[in-house]
Design a protein around this ligand. Structure first.
Ligand code: ATP
Ligand code: MG
Length: 599
């Protein structure tokens, strides 16, 4: 199979960057993970008991067998054999019963831990300020929630308790081996390091192959996701063949990686088993020699028992190597999860922050300077005062800082210098939630959630009745533009609705909240002029009686503004009403000529 790494990949795939996928066992991490089992203490303690019982049961079964062989069988005592087998059957049944509960409790515990971890992470993410999301890739956040948590789940459900049982079984087998024949046990002890090293070598090779497989898989999924999302662009530019070729390359590469994993497995597993068998043969050789030498203290019964126990001791080693690897993967996952959980929000409301009483809607910026990166301000020395009920239009070139001003009013970011006052209260002294509750926000990239039309409007007021929703649509005079049925599914991100409809839903959402201050980042994309006029009308109704900030691209919006702020590279270069500004024949006039849509 040809392993050719595709040179050219679609963007999401090529920005894939690796994170460590292994971490040595770390007891602080384990302790912290285990603290998530505290609410399920009873189950955890029962599990510990079951682990102990099971560690004894498996060697116990083996012991009964060897005791029957070297006892009643040797004596030709039929009743003894029957009793022995009866004991064996009872123990066997109880062993499987314990196994059932051991497994069930481990699954339940792991599931509970994962459930709580997911909730904790989600709650934490929701609290993070915007700046965190500016920096963090969506893919990263998603892999915390999916593959990392999955690794931890496997760690708890499949690795931790299985390994404990196996270690316990090895300890009990050791005790038996020592009891049967200490000199033979020394031979086993000599073999363990060799076996362990062989295992490590194999698992290192395997985990390298696995890692390559995981990486190529995530390239495949990232490319697939992007291809589906961007299908219109692809078909629009007739790039299907080219994309298919890139995808085929990725899939071929991934197949090759898969194959490598299987090959490593196929090669080493038989080798490892052969090793175990070789060691048993060696023990048999040494043991047989001792049995044939009377006076060595080892008889046939001891040898049989010993070999049984040696098998119980050696068999888990192969497994443990694999589990050790999975445990390291779980450690890496847990570490990343906790790192995210421990990332404090860059800022949060001051302790002393108070709730803003019902606002009148006066907004003042005093010498505000702000940069997403503090070193590179994108707003410089911005000052203005807006009276309650006024409408402010923000105009300026792309990147001039219009959306940024809006972010600051909603306290999505904090300015590095200067003060923002709402009704005379400094934004710093107010809780974000009390501000946002009285703000209506319609963003540039309007966002609808998967769900019904009604759900999306109700987003701002979850307990609103259908009648309230209809009343809002009626007020906006746009019922006829939207689907009649509030239960209509809008599709993922609202894609079953037209652009204009989506905008109306966002207006309705804001209207329902009945905010004192309304923030609107007007979408630039043009909509046919009839709908456009209707949307403008809805907008005018929405803005009526509220303080509003509108990032405006349309003349009709700007003309109604009580104050137009003209931004250029993060500074206010002109301010006033539309007509005054036009007569100044400055930046605004130029913008007007070139960019502002006449609608
Ligand atoms: P447009 O008309 O295209 O929406 P805008 O006036 O709204 O432009 P802003 O979004 O306010 O422009 O951006 C102002 C500047 O801040 C730009 O230079 C932009 O590159 C930068 N910027 C915006 N968002 C971020 C972000 N999340 N992180 C870093 N820089 C950003
Ligand atoms: Mg913008």
């Amino acid at each position: 199979m040809i392993a050719r790494l595709p040179q050219k990949q679609l963007t999401a795939a090529s920005t894939y960057d690796r994170e460590d996928d292994k971490r040595p066992l770390d007891f602080r991490l384990i302790a912290r993970l285990m603290s998530f089992t505290n609410p399920y203490r009873a189950k955890r303690n029962w599990l510990a008991v079951l682990v102990l019982i099971r560690s004894v049961q498996l060697p116990g079964l083996t012991w009964i067998l060897s005791a029957v062989i070297s006892g009643p069988v040797e004596r030709a005592d039929v009743t003894g054999v029957m009793w022995g087998m009866f004991a064996f059957a009872v123990l066997a049944i109880s062993t499987q019963l314990v196994m059932h509960f051991r497994q069930r409790y481990a699954y339940e515990l792991g599931e509970a831990v994962v459930h709580d971890l997911r909730n904790a992470l989600f709650a934490h993410l929701q609290k993070m300020p915007m700046s965190f999301f500016y920096r963090t890739k969506v893919g990263r956040v998603i892999s915390r929630m999916t593959s990392d948590i999955e690794d931890v789940r496997v760690g708890v459900q499949e690795v931790l308790y299985v390994s404990l049982v196996q270690l316990g079984q090895m300890c009990v087998a050791t005790a038996f081996m020592l009891y049967y024949s200490p000199p033979l046990f020394l031979v086993v002890l000599g073999l363990v390091p060799i076996l362990w090293m062989l295992n490590r070598y194999f698992h290192r090779r395997l985990s390298k192959a696995l890692r390559a497989m995981r990486e190529s898989f995530s390239r495949v999924t990232a490319t697939l996701a992007e291809s589906v999302l961007g299908i219109r662009v692809t078909q629009g530019f007739v790039r299907q063949d080219e994309n298919a070729r890139i995808f085929t390359d990725l899939v071929t590469f991934h197949s090759a990686n898969n194959f490598k994993v299987l090959k490593t497995h196929g090669l080493f597993l038989p080798l490892l088993e052969l090793n175990n068998q070789f060691f048993i043969a060696l023990l048999m050789l040494v043991g047989g020699y001792r049995v044939l030498n009377p006076g060595s203290g080892t008889d046939v019964g001891d040898l049989v028992g010993f070999l049984f126990m040696a098998n119980l001791f050696l068999a888990p080693i192969t497994n443990l190597g694999n589990q050790y690897n999975q445990a390291m993967t779980a450690m890496a996952g847990a570490e990343r999860l906790f790192k995210l959980l421990d990332t404090p929000p860059e800022w949060s409301d001051a302790e002393s922050a108070r709730d803003l009483p019902r606002m009148r809607g006066e907004v003042e910026f005093r010498e505000i300077t702000f940069g997403y990166d503090p070193e590179r301000p994108v707003l410089n020395d911005i000052s203005f005062v807006v009276q309650p009920g006024d409408m402010v239009a923000l105009v300026g070139h792309t990147g001039s800082g219009k959306s940024t001003i809006i972010n600051l009013i909603a306290k999505f970011s904090l300015a590095q210098k200067g003060r923002i006052l709402i009704d005379g209260y400094d934004l710093h002294e107010l809780t974000s939630s009390s501000i946002r509750r009285q703000l209506g926000v319609v963003l540039q990239q309007n966002f609808l959630f998967t769900g019904t039309l009604g759900d999306n409007i109700r987003f701002s007021k979850p307990d609103a009745t259908d009648d309230e929703l209809r009343a809002v649509l009626h007020k906006l005079e746009c019922e006829d533009l939207l689907p009649d049925n509030l239960d209509t599914e809008v599709g993922e991100r609202g894609q079953n609705l037209s652009l204009g409809q989506r905008q109306l839903v966002c207006f309705a959402r804001a209207m329902l909240a009945d905010p004192r201050i309304l923030i609107l980042d007007e979408a630039t994309s043009s909509i046919d002029s009839i709908t456009e006029a209707r949307i403008q009308k809805a907008l005018a109704i929405l803005l009526k009686g509220r303080t509003s900030f509108v990032v405006a691209h349309r003349l009709s919006t700007i003309r109604h503004a009580d104050l137009v702020l003209v931004l250029d590279h993060g500074r206010i270069v002109e301010r006033g009403r539309h007509t005054e500004l036009l007569s100044q024949r400055g930046t605004y006039e130029k913008l007007y000529q070139r960019f502002i849509q006449p609608a």
